[in-house]
Design a protein around this ligand. Structure first.
Ligand code: NAD
Length: 279
């Protein structure tokens, strides 16, 4: 099922998710793309959600299928209730159920507070927060209906919310984004509390600075990268695969007793690096 050549130089993954069905939102770029591929490599069948960029989504599907598992691309805007209900209905038809939801889709619309339009505010909250609510709701309905299937997983379902270090680090000029991720923290913890008694695990991964299109200007010149590295004690910018591997393990039974946790995958960005030499 996995070969070293498929793994981009990383150690071949164990089939940690063999026989499981996963859905990744925003899976045709950056972190979502790497995560969808990692879940496929770990043995899951994968729905590759995207909102635009069909060709890129179909490329991800082909890569996942090369591992001998099933995959299909589905266009849906995570902030549109009807489209999300439709996407889950198709997943039930084609895969029969869902075991892992990775609520990853997200975007930024940056502006200083006094320049920020209400459209910029709503867009980010709608995609980053309401989108996670809608997908979690639809996944939970199926987890609750089906319950635990012991041959597949110890839990009745897993939700991994893609958060950010900005769920706890305030971020000037990005109030909509920081508020959305602060909301994701409380969404995740509340769902973990509400769904835990039903055998459903809800957790979050909080990336630091990862090299993807969302934050290109922060790393695409040597000067920008040097500035960014000052914020990262481990002194390297993360790769999408760093997050994908964390999601894969968090969604697997290796982490079965982890509930309501945020796994920071950030090279130490949340360690108050400004205090390393002073304070
Ligand atoms: P990206 O721009 O490469 O990917 C974002 C994905 O979300 C794209 O596929 C995009 O098309 C999709 N998307 C946007 N709006 C959507 C919608 N309405 N419906 C469905 N899909 C939609 O950026 P990324 O860095 O891979 O971001 C993925 C997630 O990781 C986001 O939630 C982001 O907030 C989070 N994150 C990223 C970083 C980083 O440094 N890159 C750090 C912290 C958190």
């Amino acid at each position: 099922m996995t070969t070293p050549a498929d793994s981009g130089g990383r150690p071949a993954a164990l089939p940690l998710l063999r026989g499981q069905k996963a859905l990744v939102t925003g899976a045709n770029s950056g972190i979502g793309l790497a995560t969808a591929i990692a879940l496929g490599r770990a043995g899951a069948d994968v729905v590759v959600n995207y909102v635009f960029g069909r060709e890129a989504a179909e490329d991800v599907v082909s890569k996942i299928q090369s591992f001998g598992v099933r995959a299909f691309a589905h266009e849906a805007d995570v902030s549109d209730e009807g489209q999300i209900v439709g996407m889950f209905a198709r997943m039930m038809e084609e895969f029969g159920t869902i075991d892992v939801l990775v609520a990853n889709a997200g975007l930024q619309r940056d502006a200083a507070l006094t320049d920020m339009t209400v459209e910029q505010w709503h867009k980010v909250i709608d995609v980053n927060l309401t989108g996670q609510f809608l997908c979690a709701r639809e996944a939970a309905k199926e987890f609750l209906r089906r319950g635990v299937v012991p041959e597949v997983s110890r839990s009745a379902g897993k939700i991994v919310c893609m958060s950010s270090v900005h769920q706890i680090i305030p971020w000037s000029g990005h109030v909509n984004y920081a508020a959305s991720k602060g909301g994701v923290l409380m969404l995740m913890q509340t769902l973990a509390q509400e769904l835990g008694p039903h055998g459903i695990r809800v957790n979050a991964v909080a990336p630091g600075a990862i090299r993807t299109p969302i934050n290109r200007s922060a790393w695409d010149t040597p000067e920008a990268e040097q500035e960014l590295l000052k914020l990262i004690p481990y002194r390297r910018v993360g790769d999408p695969e760093d997050i994908a591997d964390a999601v894969t393990v968090l969604a697997s039974d290796l982490m079965d007793y982890v509930v309501g946790a945020t796994l920071y995958v950030d090279g130490g960005m949340t360690l108050f690096p400004g205090f390393a030499t002073g304070g």
